[in-house]
Structure formats: C-alpha cells, structure tokens
Design a protein around this ligand. Structure first.
Ligand SMILES: [Zn+2]
Length: 212
C-alpha cells in the first residue's frame, strides 16, 4: 500500500469506529444521521475538515435537468474529498419535480448529501450499509473468518458501494477465505511488506555475490 493509501485507511477506520447508534433517526423505515452531529464528530477528529456545496452556473445551490433536481456536495478530510450527488426527494424518497421544489426541500437534500459525504469518510457509514439491497433480500451477515466481525458493505476507492457478496467472493478468490474488507486490506498490506523485504533481501544478496 502506498503511504497515502495507508493514511486514508487509518483515518477511515477511526471514523468508521465512532458509535453513532443513539444518533440515528428513523423515518419511513429509513435511517438517518443528523448532519450537525456527523459534522461535529468529523471536526472533533479532523479540525481541518471542510465542506463544499457546489452551485450551478447561475449560482443556485441545486442542479436541474429541467425535470428533477439534485444537489452536489463534497467533504474534504486530510486532503481527500468525497463528492456526493443526491436527488431532491420528498419524504417517500421520490424525486420532486422541478416546479414543486422548495428551498426547504433543497436544504434538506444538501444536509443529507453532506451527511452521506461524511459517511464516505467513515462517519456512520454502516447506517447506509443496507440501502442498496433490494427489499426483502436482507440475508443474515456473514462473519469474517479472521476477526469475526460481520462482513458489511464498504465504499470502494472509486466511490462504488461494495456489497458483502462481492467482498466475500473477492476474499475467497484472492485469499481462499471469507474475509471482511478490513482484514483483506491488512493481508494486502502484509503481502506488500513481505514483497518489499524480499526485494531488499534479493538486492543485498546480489550485491554480496561476486560479479562475473
Ligand atoms: Zn475481518
């Protein structure tokens, strides 16, 4: 792992470990984390964290294709920005048509979008864990064969959500075991370290050998 990849992984684990259990609000069977609280937690650990609400060309805080609207926000921690796009939705999570969007709707979307951007850095990420699962297909979590923790979805480096099925399949293919993403990262880091030591060893060995 490159140095900045290790740093990213370390700060992520720290933020992921924050207990948000008693800060979850439930609305229509969806779980929410308060933006103010998520931001406060993030700032406690990273006082230099910043956020951006991206405006459109006309300086509006939302974007539109003429039919529906969305917001674009970003949260930067330790120089890494995670950008989040979120449709402006009603309380049933349906997009609100452009002509019916109010500033309150936009404001709510911005707050939810920023909270999700914080989650991409780790804060309360597991709240969003099930959101991409089709209804009624929630299988019981599979434990990691190394640490025993449930194998939960994670946000990959490209911003995509990796579901447990995919994480388990990767683990079995690459390591022959069911591993959570944290343990997979540890194994990969260990492999890299071993490789580096082997290269150093090979280099010292060839330096010690008499040249022809
Ligand atoms: Zn594990």
């Amino acid at each position: 792992m490159e140095q900045n990849a290790i740093e990213e992984y370390n700060y992520f684990s720290e933020l992921y470990a924050i207990n948000v259990g008693d800060k979850i609000e439930k609305k229509n069977s969806l779980s929410y984390l308060s933006w103010a609280w998520a931001w406060a937690e993030l700032k406690k650990k990273h006082p230099d964290a910043t956020y951006t609400v991206y405006e459109n060309r006309d300086g509006w805080s939302y974007h539109t294709d003429g039919k529906t609207c969305w917001v674009k926000t970003g949260v930067t921690v330790a120089g890494i920005e995670h950008v989040e796009y979120l449709p402006v939705m009603d309380h049933r999570n349906n997009s609100i048509p452009l002509e019916r969007v109010t500033s309150t709707d936009v404001n709510k979307a911005i707050q939810r979008s920023l909270t999700k951007a914080c989650a991409r850095h780790g804060v309360g990420l597991y709240i969003y864990a099930g959101e991409d699962l089709p209804e009624g297909e929630d299988a019981p979590p599979v434990p990691c064969s190394v640490c025993g923790n449930a194998i939960v979805p994670v946000i990959a480096k490209d911003g995509r959500t990796m579901q447990p099925d995919e994480i388990i399949a990767t683990g079995e293919r690459r390591f022959g075991r069911k591993l959570c993403s944290t343990c997979q990262k540890k194994v990969i880091a260990a492999e890299k370290e071993l490789e580096k030591q082997q290269q150093a060893f090979d280099a010292s060995l060839s330096a010690a050998l008499p040249t022809a």
